[in-house]
Design a protein around this ligand. Structure first.
Ligand code: AMP
Length: 318
């Protein structure tokens, strides 16, 4: 209650007449959820780690279109960062984030502390199996267990009708779809297309780490994906597409170091051996630019599904 009052005082009604209500406490959020559901409202949920940009806001807008009420969480989840990763220096910009959320008329900002999400002695974690151990999971071995565990907690707390994720994190989407299917979460997952800067760089909270030279070099990820897409559409074998993509990257990189470039099934992340035009394949890339690790992907299918809203999978909706 205290936080709600503070928020209303700091952020008076915005132009559209909305208040952004902020909760950091699970029981207060649940009271709000309970009365919203009694009033027959549908709930959309957008989990984030903050440092919001247009990519995040596109998920909020999608939720606003489809649901009566939209909750956005900001939680920099310690368990998804490895010991040498950027947890402590991950950008935390809550004031600016709240202003952006007011601009898109989100209803609730859920801002829990680590001890609210991980109560004293918490030791349960969600193991999603092999899909969590390949590509990003090979380079970041504890990452997907951390993501799956925190998203399971957040979904249990918020129990939304629809939860929104970005295609930008394609393997995360595959992991979370698998988790919600395997564990019978009664929630629809909606995946929104990657929002890019005008020069093609996928928006990311980590882009702010890039020096001007690195920012320029980072364009190589998207350019390599487009090169591979063109090769796929030319009809050469997928293994040759990857060889050609790696050559393109190596010839154009000044400082960037490629971690992986591959063509996979977007659902299973198993390597695709051929391009069947009735099926979508994902071209995935990860590279280090300066000290920043960037990931990106595009989907390639007959319908050119790389643009627009990509999938909307119902998982055990009841
Ligand atoms: P994060 O704050 O990085 O954990 O991201 C929160 C959500 O926003 C995830 O579902 C991301 O996939 C999504 N997201 C991040 N960047 C983008 C982007 N450029 N376009 C669309 N969605 C994004």
């Amino acid at each position: 209650m205290f936080l709600v009052i503070i928020r209303v005082v700091i952020c008076p009604k915005n132009k559209r007449g909305y208040y952004l209500i902020t909760y950091s406490n699970i029981s207060e959020l649940r009271q709000w959820l309970s009365s919203s559901r009694k009033a027959g409202k549908t709930i959309g949920f957008v989990p984030t780690m903050g440092a919001l940009h247009e990519g995040h806001l596109s998920l909020v807008r999608a939720s606003k279109q489809e649901c009566d009420l939209t909750i956005v969480s900001i939680f920099v989840n310690p368990t998804q960062f490895g010991p040498t990763e950027d947890f402590s220096k991950y950008p935390r910009t809550t004031g600016e984030d709240a202003t952006l959320l007011e601009g898109v008329a989100a209803d609730v900002l859920f801002l829990p502390t680590p001890s609210e999400i991980y109560p004293e002695g918490a030791s349960t974690s969600v193991d999603v199996g092999e899909i969590g151990t390949i590509f990003e999971g090979e380079i970041r071995p504890t990452h997907f267990a951390g993501v799956a565990t925190v998203v399971a907690s957040l979904l249990n707390i918020t129990q939304p009708d629809i939860t929104y994720f970005g295609q930008k994190d394609l393997q995360q989407v595959a992991v979370l779809k698998k988790m919600t299917r395997d564990l019978h979460f009664p929630i629809k997952i909606s995946v929104c297309a990657t929002v890019r800067e005008s020069d093609g760089l996928a928006m990311s909270s980590r882009n702010r780490y890039l020096s001007p030279e690195d920012r320029n070099e980072s364009l190589l990820l998207n350019r390599t994906l487009i090169h591979v897409e063109t090769s796929i559409r030319s009809g050469i074998s997928l293994s040759d597409c990857i060889l050609s993509g790696k050559k393109f990257f190596a010839e154009n990189a000044k400082t960037a170091k490629l971690d992986y470039l591959s063509i996979v099934s977007p659902e299973t992340f198993q390597i695709s051996s051929s391009f069947n035009e009735s099926e979508t394949v994902g071209v995935i890339i990860a590279a280090k630019v300066g000290t920043t690790r960037l990931i990106d992907n595009i989907l390639v299918s007959d319908e050119n599904s790389a643009s627009g809203r990509i999938t909307s999978a119902v998982t055990n909706a009841s």
